[in-house]
Design a protein around this ligand. Sequence first.
Ligand SMILES: Cc1cc2nc3c(=O)[nH]c(=O)nc-3n(C[C@H](O)[C@H](O)[C@H](O)COP(=O)(O)O)c2cc1C
Length: 218
Amino acid sequence: MALFTGVVYAAMGARFVFPEIKHGTKSSFASHWLMRARSSTTLPPELPTRGTMVDQFQELDPAAFRSALAQFPSGVTIVTTRSEAGTLHGFTASSFAALSLDPPLILVCLDRGADCFPVFMAAKHFVVNIVTDAHADLALKFATKGENKFADGNFELDEAGNPLLPDAAAVISCELEQAVPGGDHVILIGRVRDARTGAGKPVTWYRGGFLPLGERAA
Ligand SMILES: Cc1cc2nc3c(=O)[nH]c(=O)nc-3n(C[C@H](O)[C@H](O)[C@H](O)COP(=O)(O)O)c2cc1C
């Protein structure tokens, strides 16, 4: 089940902030194609017309959707928090993404059906731990309902009492800025308060399995 769910999440994350793209500007490449499109009066014959592509969208096959999402490799994170009562909670997430550099914001999508959902909704802080090859089993544990996820003592507590993984590839501590509805998920937007980089190489998730980064990514 965790693997199946992970296939869906493989494409939900990994959106990157490209600092060179500024609002209100278009690259010359984009302008070129925009002008070409405007000056064109007839559609090239190979483009689909209404009744083909449109109908396909109306009859979206959920399996095709999942399969398309699985074509998108992502990183893997374990997102953690502490409840007001002091209990520790977390879930594996591949939907993590950078959102803004100034102010420093990140996002991660949380399933409304997750057991930890109410705790994250009420949380003031959460931590995104970007995991390495060495954390594959731990990431699967955090993707499994009902597990005693913190039993193995892999985590330390930060100053605010939130669990962080000391040997993670990176640890990003956030204040919960906003929780935005998104279908059956909620987008947790975090304002980054602390960011640390570790020595380990991050692992990727692709087509329902872990995929170590190649040597060239070192
Ligand atoms: C690789 C992988 C990535 C996942 N990504 C997400 C995600 O981005 N958001 C999410 O809500 N669940 C994601 N899941 C599923 C959750 O980790 C899983 O449902 C978890 O058990 C939810 O927490 P709970 O035990 O509190 O219900 C992912 C699972 C895997 C294996």
